[in-house]
Design a protein around this ligand. Structure first.
Ligand SMILES: C[S@@+](CC[C@H](N)C(=O)[O-])C[C@H]1O[C@@H](n2cnc3c(N)ncnc32)[C@H](O)[C@@H]1O
Length: 487
């Protein structure tokens, strides 16, 4: 019998985990039952290739490092995520100290040599090598797997997954929802305390992650690239630009030479923006109730804000005041309701109505957010509810308000080079956890190899294309509406 740990995940599947190799599989009850019977042959062969039926000699297997495990060579120690512990900013991380021999062995592992060959090359004693593997293949560490052959693409994918119970949605205080379940983030925004660090520590936006010159944007910052892209589409510079929801001021900084008004709910963020974008003007107000005269504004910018605005869950049986307001808007804009209970981006629609009101004839607006044409979904990874935008509905509302509408992907609008490299997300989270543990700080930026400087050596960092997950949100999930009020 193989030395296997079994546990049941909250999705109902059972994980079979080899304590010798760290290789594993998750099976449903049906497959488990089939294993015992005559039809289980194919599954048994699969388990056999994963060394789950009989323990192999570890010296005959190839140690392959898990992609998330970092090495701190000056300690020396491994720095790795705790699979079972996950919060709003990713996993908790832990340090596993290494002896000098273990350090040498870890560094020699290259997904090609067997443990036996590594023992010969490094001079590390066999029993020490086997003991290290035994420690690192455990479910609570998942730093190493022992493979029969060098990993294929499938095997490499398994080496970047962590197996842990599926995450619970982060518990959220009741004041982030209203009596009908609608999202209400006004008090959350008013309570933001540290405007300087908010987009590093609490929520990172695309503009903040790309707020340093980046190869993905031809070597400039997000705000500069956005301004150039909008100019190329006929945006002029004269008159007033109003930005609603300016975050750390990354976009405002690119327009700081103009008449530029920043409107935001958060006093702390308005103060931070004044430093990032000096010379711009500020107003503390709600974007869905703009204190601006009809037809008075030349340009409106609204970048990655509308998922924060009120979203309302409405089903065929909903009868409250917010549901009635949603139904009235659906009728007004000719939008067919979903046949089932779903989120509706009521606050985003109201913002579009406000933009249509304050723009002067010929005025233009840019509105971006994450979303698509699927029923909106609540994001679960943050400490506050954000709801994705249905861009088809949003465009209908804009047309209904008399605006000309162009819908475009954010990456396309910016001409982003999605092959440009950035630090992979889990590595970034590991560095951030290390910074917190050691008392240094790390901004949430889409670091490139030449823009990341660390106070200590860290080995094992991975770099991925901008189309993959990095420190910020996935740019390919974002869309924009370019709006124009006819003359
Ligand atoms: C997710 S951040 C985006 C910040 C920035 N535009 C960026 O792309 O990095 C949302 C911003 O909108 C502001 N905000 C949220 N709801 C608002 C509202 N109803 N009226 C005005 N500002 C709001 C927040 O305070 C914050 O500055």
């Amino acid at each position: 019998m193989a030395d296997v740990t079994r546990w049941r995940q909250s999705d109902g599947r059972t994980v079979l985990w080899s304590n010798v190799t760290g290789r594993h599989i998750a099976l449903g009850d049906e497959a488990l039952a089939r294993l015992e019977g005559p039809e289980g042959g194919a599954l048994r062969r699969r388990l056999d290739t994963l060394d789950l039926l009989a323990d192999p000699d570890p010296l005959q297997r190839i140690p392959c490092r898990h992609a998330s495990t970092l090495l701190l060579p000056d300690r020396p120690a491994l720095w790795l995520p705790v699979p079972g512990s996950h919060g709003a900013g990713g996993h908790a991380w832990q340090a596993l100290p290494l002896s000098a021999d273990e350090h040498r062995l870890w560094r020699a592992m290259n997904s090609r040599y067997t443990l036996g060959q590594l023992v010969e090359r490094t001079g590390v004693h066999r029993s020490d090598a086997v003991a290290l593997c035994r420690r690192l293949t455990r479910p609570e560490h998942q730093a190493l797997q022992l493979h029969v052959t060098p990993p294929t693409a499938w095997g490499r994918a398994a080496l970047s997954r962590l197996v842990s119970p599926p995450r619970e949605a982060n518990a959220r205080p009741a004041d982030r929802y209203g009596s009908e379940g609608q999202t209400t983030l006004t008090s959350w925004h008013l309570a933001i305390a540290n405007g300087e660090r908010h987009f590093d520590d609490v929520e990172t936006t695309v503009a903040h992650a790309l707020g340093r010159p980046h190869a993905a944007l031809s070597g400039v910052r997000f705000g500069e690239r956005l301004r150039a892209a909008l100019r190329a589409r006929g945006w002029t510079d004269s008159g007033w630009t109003v930005e609603i929801g300016c975050g750390s001021g990354e976009v405002a900084a690119a327009w700081a030479d103009d008449d530029y008004l920043r409107i935001d709910l958060s006093p702390a963020l308005l103060a931070t923006q004044a430093t990032t974008a000096p010379g711009t003007h500020a107003l503390c107000a709600d974007g869905v109730r703009l204190p601006l005269r009809d037809g008075s504004i030349d340009r409106v910018i609204n970048n990655e804000v509308i998922a924060d605005l009120e979203a309302v869950p409405v089903g065929p049986d909903s009868s409250g005041d917010r549901a009635r307001t949603v139904r009235a808007a659906l009728e007004r804009f000719g939008i067919t309701p979903w046949p089932h209970r779903a989120w509706y981006n009521l606050g985003a629609w109201q913002l579009i109505e406000e933009i249509a009101r304050v723009l002067r004839p010929g005025g233009t607006a840019y509105v971006s957010e994450f979303g698509d044409d699927a029923p909106p979904e609540e994001a679960t990874q943050l400490d506050h509810p954000e709801v994705s935008i249905h861009f088809g509905h949003l465009a209908r509302v804009a047309v209904g308000c008399g605006l000309e509408v162009t819908r475009i992907g954010m990456a396309e609008l910016l001409g982003a080079d999605l092959h440009a490299r950035q630090l992979e997300r889990r590595c970034y989270q590991g560095l951030r956890a290390l910074a917190a543990a050691e008392g240094w700080s790390l901004e949430a930026r889409a670091y490139e190899p030449h823009t990341l400087t660390l106070p200590r050596p860290v080995e094992g960092l991975r770099w991925v294309p901008t189309s993959d997950e990095g420190p910020g949100p996935l740019i390919t999930r974002f869309e924009a509406l370019l709006l124009r009020k006819p003359t």
